[in-house]
Design a protein around this ligand. Structure first.
Ligand code: PLP
Length: 385
């Protein structure tokens, strides 16, 4: 029995059996059980921004675990309070925070918060992904994820993403919130037209609805800014975060600004683990280390997008910072990713014709040259199946 045979017989098959067992990481690289090295351009799905086995993160985890890990929300800890201060400070506008353990839990909390407006309708986008728990699933567009679990909490209306007129037509005075990803991740890194979030802000204001941005994937440095929406100069009412906030350690957060920050009151929502001292210590260390990296993330992303555009088989490249979708001329992304894995490069294919690049944010041009050099061969091989 190999380890993967055991995997197959012991794990509930919600995921396909993975192609490799990974045993070690360092920076932008992973090693499998056979000792093969991989350049990781997926980073645990946009989570491990500061790199695998980051020594400073490992150190704070060890120190905090040896000091105080968990006391429940019946008590406060300094790390929780300090992270709350730091994170709300990044957003400003009298923001407050509720901590969770994941993105889907952050969205679940966000969804409950919208109900406290006294309205129930939420307008979300086609192609959206917000998570897999019942509430987050109700907000997720993908039919095949939703259908087997219906009835889900209503009333969610989906409109084409990036289309301000469609949003305007769907939002009314019964609408509790507009929910959007500033850049859609699971849908293949879709960047909406400039001005879309500003339009969404204006539409929400006109109808007294909340503007809720799911920055679980796009936030915490991925685009070279703390939040992808900063680019449009707007202030959302709710922002949900997770992924890169923990560098792989489970933590999520709901930030609410202004009036939205006053909707939850004692007893409205809760969590046992959320906001524990250990997770919050990691969040703090992530913010400290990420801050000086932001300009470099933008520069590396711009350079990489330029290089990718010139490659064989690339129809177009879209994204911001190190949140990049490579659109292929043929729908061979799945095969290309499999060929890349065999050559020691981890790629992800969220759509048949799209390769998503969400590498560790510390990745260098030298690391990325491995992909650029391998690409012509990968493309040729992918075309031949
Ligand atoms: C990953 C993701 C989620 C779900 O987060 P989990 O931590 O997997 O629960 C929600 N929204 C977006 C935009 C995501 O990318």
């Amino acid at each position: 029995m190999t380890l993967l045979d055991t995997y197959e017989h012991t794990l509930i098959p919600t995921f396909a059996v993975p192609p490799r067992v990974m045993v070690k990481g360092e920076g932008a690289y992973l090693w499998d059980a056979d000792g093969t090295r991989y350049l990781d351009l997926l980073a645990g799905i946009a989570c491990v921004g500061l790199g695998h086995a980051n020594p400073l993160i490992a150190q704070v985890i060890a120190e905090q675990a040896a000091t105080l890990g968990h006391v429940s929300n019946l008590f406060a800890t300094p790390t929780q309070i300090h992270l709350a201060e730091r994170l709300t400070g990044l957003l400003g506008h009298r923001a407050r925070v509720f901590f969770t353990n994941s993105g889907t839990e952050a969205n679940e909390a966000g969804f409950k918060l919208t109900r406290l407006t006294g309205r129930t309708k939420v307008v979300a986008a086609e192609g959206s992904f917000h998570g897999r728990t019942m509430g987050a699933l109700a907000l997720t567009w993908t039919e095949k994820y939703r259908r087997p679990f219906e009835p889900l909490p209503g009333e969610v209306v989906f409109v084409p993403y990036g289309d301000a007129a469609a949003l305007e037509a769907a939002v009314d005075n019964e609408t509790a919130a507009i929910l959007l990803e500033p850049i859609q991740g699971e849908n293949g890194v879709i960047v909406p037209p400039d001005g879309y979030l500003q339009a969404a802000r204006a539409i929400a204001d006109k109808h007294g609805a909340l503007l809720w941005l799911d920055e679980v994937q796009s936030g915490m440095g991925r685009t070279g800014a703390w939040f992808a929406h900063t680019h449009e100069g707007i202030v959302p009412d709710i922002v949900t975060l997770a992924k890169a906030l923990g560098n792989g350690f489970p933590i999520g957060a709901v930030l609410a600004t202004g009036e939205a920050a006053t909707l939850f009151t004692p007893g409205s929502h809760g969590t046992t683990f959320g906001g524990n001292a250990l997770a919050c210590r990691v969040g703090l260390a992530v913010i400290e280390q990420m801050e000086p990296l932001l300009p470099q993330i933008r520069a590396t992303g711009e350079w990489l997008m330029g290089e990718l555009s010139a490659l064989a088989g690339v129809a177009s490249v879209r994204g911001r910072g190190l949140f990049i979708g490579v659109v292929l001329e043929d729908p061979v992304a799945q095969v290309l990713a499999a060929k890349a894995l065999d050559k020691g490069i981890i790629l992800n294919a969220p759509r048949p014709d799209v390769i998503r690049l969400v590498p560790p944010l510390i990745v260098t041009q030298q690391d990325l040259a491995l992909l650029l050099e391998a690409w012509p061969t990968l493309w040729k091989e992918a075309l031949h199946g």
